[in-house]
Structure formats: structure tokens, C-alpha cells
Design a protein around this ligand. Structure first.
Ligand SMILES: NC(=O)c1ccc[n+]([C@@H]2O[C@H](COP(=O)([O-])OP(=O)(O)OC[C@H]3O[C@@H](n4cnc5c(N)ncnc54)[C@H](O)[C@@H]3O)[C@@H](O)[C@H]2O)c1
Length: 245
């Protein structure tokens, strides 16, 4: 049994991850400021004595000892949400990740950083190999998310090189599934809403769109995420490139 801290654990993917880790017999501390997550996502877990929910904004330091692993999923993922408060979005990726890396350093524990395919920006090659550096706009309206996540990856690698912190980075692609907000503005929820409204799904597409998806409650996806802390130190991996297209 491990003591695992999940930042952003009341969000869409985080709540599935908490569920999966509890099922594996671990003790979970879920940190969340409920910016985009909700109590409803974790309410089925609240009676589990191994689950502790702490309302906390990761841009503020959080001090605790005895943690074995940290998963950092805290960050609004949908453009609709992260563009409402872009400064807060970039602070969450930069200062929030810095605080959690310092916590990992203090606890000498692993940290898993949830990154995104958006670090490739508007990529010039498809599909993107992990070593592709991307084609990113540094000052556009999506930069708070894309550049925030790139800065978080850079911080992770610097904590690994400078302090030997055991970091893993996963680049998640479009994930869908139960608890995903219908109005979150991403491709699967948009298609879903259009179908419900009897519109032709993705009617604005010219048919050349290229998008990989993964289902969040598929045991393979949740368990893949829950085992990513066993990846070799400093490894960068793309999650969501497999199956469920
Ligand atoms: N869903 C996807 O398709 C997808 C794709 C690529 C990457 N990701 C990444 O995976 C992670 C989870 O995504 P999601 O879809 O579950 O998003 P989500 O918005 O449902 O979850 C994010 C969670 O983080 C919390 N949070 C935000 N800022 C915080 C802060 N400063 N302090 C504490 N908690 C904070 C939110 O309240 C929410 O519970 C994010 O880091 C996102 O960038 C998701």
C-alpha cells in the first residue's frame, strides 16, 4: 500500500484515477481547488477511509511527509475553461507544478506529470513521435495552456537533472468518458452534443481532421495511467495513442 497524492483528483480523469488507485489498495490524498472539478465526481469515494479530499490550490505550497507518489493532473484541460482565466491557468502549470516538484523532492518520491498533446501545438507531422519539439504559438489565446504545459515539462526535467527527482511525463491525447462535461468544448463532447441536438456531428470538418482519443473509464486507460509511475525515470510517454479510436 502506498500513500499517493493526486492533484486535480476531483476532475474528469483524476476521479477515475483515484478510483483505480483505491481499487489497487492505496491511500489517496486528493488535492483540488474545484476550479473545473466537482465534489460529485468523487462523492462515491468519500466514505472510503483510504480516501481523503483536501480543498487546496496547488499554486500555494502544500506540506506533508510520508508521500510515496504524486500524480499532477491539476489544470483545466478544456479551452472553454482555461481561457476564462489564462493567468491562473499558466500559474497552475508553472507555480503549481513547481510546488509539487518541491514536495516530491522533500518526500524523495516519484512525480507523474500529466502533460498533453498540445505541447506539439499545431504540429507539422502526424502522428507526433515523443521527441518532436512541436510548432507552438507562444503568445496566442491557447498559449496559457500549451506553453504552461511545456514549462511544466521543462521544470520536471530540470528537477530530474538537478536534484535527481524521479519524474515521469505523460502526454495525454483527447480522452472521453463518464463525468466529462457536455459543454467543455472538446471534440468528443461537441460531437456528442451535436448528435443529441440532431445536428450532423462535426459538420464543420472537411474530413481531414486528425485526432486520437482514449476512453477514460476503460480499465486499460485508467490502469495505464495508474502504472505510469513505474516508467523509467524522466521518460516521456504518449497516452491515448492506443486503441479506442
Ligand atoms: N481530458 C483530456 O482529453 C486531456 C488531454 C490532455 C491532457 N489532459 C490533462 O489531464 C489533466 C486532467 O484533465 P481533465 O480532463 O480531467 O480536466 P479537468 O478540468 O476535469 O480536471 C482538472 C482538475 O484540476 C483541478 N484544478 C485546476 N486548477 C487547480 C489548482 N490550481 N489547484 C488544484 N486543483 C486545480 C480542477 O478543479 C479539476 O478538478 C490536466 O492536467 C489536463 O491538462 C487532459
Amino acid at each position: 500500500m502506498k500513500n499517493i497524492l493526486v492533484a486535480g483528483g476531483a476532475g474528469f480523469i483524476g476521479s477515475h484515477l483515484c478510483e483505480c488507485l483505491l481499487h489497487q489498495g492505496h491511500q489517496i490524498i486528493c488535492l483540488d481547488n474545484f476550479r473545473t472539478g466537482s465534489l460529485k465526481n468523487v462523492s462515491p469515494l468519500m466514505n472510503n477511509p483510504c480516501f481523503k479530499l483536501v480543498e487546496h490550490d496547488i499554486t500555494m505550497p502544500y506540506k506533508i511527509q510520508g508521500i510515496n507518489e504524486i500524480y499532477n493532473l491539476a489544470c483545466p484541460a478544456s479551452p472553454v475553461h482555461y481561457q476564462v482565466s489564462p493567468v491562473e491557468t499558466v500559474k497552475t502549470s508553472f507555480i503549481g507544478t513547481l510546488n509539487l516538484l518541491e514536495l516530491a523532492h522533500d518526500n524523495q518520491c516519484k512525480l507523474l506529470q500529466a502533460s498533453t498533446s498540445e505541447v506539439y501545438g499545431d504540429p507539422e507531422i502526424h502522428p507526433q513521435p515523443e521527441n518532436y519539439w512541436g510548432h507552438v504559438n507562444p503568445n496566442g489565446i491557447r498559449s496559457c495552456y500549451d506553453e504552461g504545459k511545456r514549462c511544466a515539462e521543462s521544470l520536471c526535467m530540470d528537477f530530474y537533472r538537478e536534484y535527481g527527482v524521479d519524474v515521469k511525463i505523460i502526454r495525454i491525447f483527447n480522452t472521453y468518458g463518464p463525468r466529462m462535461a457536455c459543454d467543455d468544448g472538446r471534440v468528443v463532447s461537441n460531437c456528442n452534443c451535436e448528435c443529441h441536438n440532431d445536428d450532423c456531428p462535426c459538420s464543420e470538418s472537411n474530413g481531414n481532421c486528425n485526432c486520437n482519443c482514449a476512453c477514460s473509464n476503460d480499465s486499460c486507460s485508467s490502469e495505464s495511467l495508474a502504472t505510469t509511475t513505474s516508467m523509467p525515470s524522466s521518460q516521456i510517454d504518449a497516452l491515448g495513442m492506443f486503441g479506442f479510436f
